[in-house]
Design a protein around this ligand. Structure first.
Ligand code: NDP
Ligand code: 2IT
Length: 445
């Protein structure tokens, strides 16, 4: 990190004690920004960095609900409205027991730059709860979502803050959340949430968008060296929304996807992953990934194992933060790795990123590679605002163009700043400068 940035980073550490994931996300961005500040002293003069690290608003609230056995349960709800220089706060909601303020802040911080990179008019925010959806009945999910929205509704709106899904929040949860918002406000305000069902204001391709977009981004990176997915061995972590559609698109482009995972372990299937079976097991039945191997003779389940030990030419981490570490990076490189594109947010540890880059592996950071999800959310907002509904083909074409633009913007920016091929630097610098210029224009607010 350039020395002029160190005191700002120290202040972030002091102000946000214990929030290690947030510190990690800030450091990664700061590590890229030295040359930008040298070139643009006006950013430092206006304390843009200090301001960008301090959320505009942070909301923490109690979420009480009654479980199926009649007991009162209490969870904690969060919404961090990080930066609205480019548009209304935009970003997902995560329901997972590991959620605390530091996770929501890291995600919200990343979202600022990701949303900027999409080229769409959206600011950055994130929310969620330490609620654990696993093993809950449908009624429990519904009453939790209703209680969560009973507080959240006063903070959001199509021109204010537009949540969507993330880990543990998919179409079912967005339905319950939207229903409660509609009931409390007595407004059919479609643009207040994205990821909605197709019959009630949703956009085609939003479900697939993050995974598809990640693969489009990886394809563009691969094309800069040797070809594309065709014939390449692909390993994906996770088996949720992002992982499923990343696998589907990788296969469509000719990739040979041999493994995926969940938090209990991984399945390896040298015959090629049957994506529809993964979707049936994980999304429809909400069962464990081991069930896939039970039903598929060519597959083996490895309990507790790390999916990266399978070896790949293209690795797509699509589960959670810090899930691909230095050891994983080493074994992947030894297995003939060519590219990594992050479908998840911050899945690769800083040391692993360094190793991969030093080994000349193409590395697409999440804020660029997984931006297709939020970009398609912005397309959903566009359709809601114009009361229109686009076809699948048109929407996928828009997504493909957005991912191609993001790839090119990252590549060009990296080159301009003397770091050709460094997508981390390109994404951070291009994402940051757009927000910083808007913040300068809007004055000290
Ligand atoms: P889902 O809840 O649909 O799936 C999450 C997957 O990751 C599951 O397979 C889950 O396993 C696994 N997982 C989650 N937490 C952990 C953990 N602590 N350890 C190991 N495995 C874990 O979420 P998404 O697919 O929507 O999100 C995946 C990632 O993509 C996240 O990092 C999210 O922030 C990011 N992302 C999502 C976008 C979206 O549009 N949904 C957009 C951009 C990024 P299990 O079933 O065992 O819990
Ligand atoms: O991390 C992300 O970009 C998301 N979870 C999607 C956010 C959105 O508003 O669609």
């Amino acid at each position: 990190m350039q020395s002029s940035l160190e005191p700002v980073f120290e202040q972030v550490l002091r102000r946000n004690p214990g929030e290690t994931e947030f510190h990690q996300a800030v450091r990664e961005v700061f590590d890229s920004l030295g040359p930008v500040l040298t070139k643009n002293p006006q950013y430092a003069d206006a304390a843009v960095l200090q301001r960008i690290c301090e959320p505009e608003r942070q909301i923490i609230f109690r979420v009480p609900w009654v479980d199926d056995s009649g007991h009162v349960q209490i969870n904690r709800g969060f919404r961090v409205e990080f930066n609205s220089a480019l548009g209304p706060y935009k970003g997902g909601l995560r329901f997972h027991p590991s959620v605390y303020l530091g996770i929501i802040k890291f995600l919200g911080f990343e979202q600022i730059f990701k949303n900027s990179l999409t080229g769409m008019p959206i600011g950055g925010g994130k929310g969620g709860s330490d609620f654990d959806p696993r093993g809950k009945s449908d009624r429990e999910i519904m009453v939790f979502c209703q209680s969560f929205m009973t507080e959240l509704y006063r903070h959001i709106g199509e021109y204010t803050d537009v949540p969507a899904g993330d880990i543990g929040v998919g179409g079912r949860e967005i339905g319950y959340l939207f229903g409660q918002y509609k009931r409390i406000t007595n407004r059919y305000e479609s643009g207040v949430l994205t990821g909605k069902g197709i019959s009630w204001g949703g956009s085609l391709v939003r479900t697939e968008a993050t995974g598809f977009g990640t693969v489009f981004f990886a394809q563009h990176m691969l094309e800069t060296v040797n070809g594309g997915f065709e014939g390449k061995r692909v390993v994906v972590s996770g088996s949720g929304n992002v992982a499923i559609y990343a696998m589907q698109k990788a296969q469509q482009l000719g990739g040979h996807v041999v493994a995926c995972s969940d938090s209990s372990g991984y399945v390896v299937d040298e015959a090629g992953i049957d994506v529809e079976l993964v979707r049936q097991v994980k999304e429809v039945e909400r069962a464990r990934i081991s069930e896939y191997a039970e039903r598929r003779p060519s597959a083996t389940f490895v309990p507790g194992g790390r999916v990266w030990e399978v070896g790949a030419q293209v690795a797509l981490p699509c589960a959670t933060q810090n899930e691909l570490d230095e050891g994983d990076a080493r074994s992947l490189i030894a297995s003939g790795l060519v590219a990594v594109a992050e479908g998840a947010n911050m899945p690769t540890t800083p040391k692993a990123i360094q190793l991969l880059q030093e080994a000349g592996i193409l590395f697409g950071p999440g804020k660029a590679a997984n931006a297709g999800g939020v970009a398609t959310s912005a397309l959903e907002m566009q359709q809601n605002a114009s009361r229109d509904a686009w076809s699948f083909e048109h929407t996928e074409e828009r997504l493909a163009r957005i991912m191609s633009d993001i790839h090119d913007r990252c590549a060009t920016t990296a080159e301009t700043y003397g770091q050709p091929g460094n997508y981390v630097a390109g994404a951070n610098i291009a994402g940051f400068t757009k927000v910083a210029d808007a913040m300068l224009a809007l004055g000290v607010i």
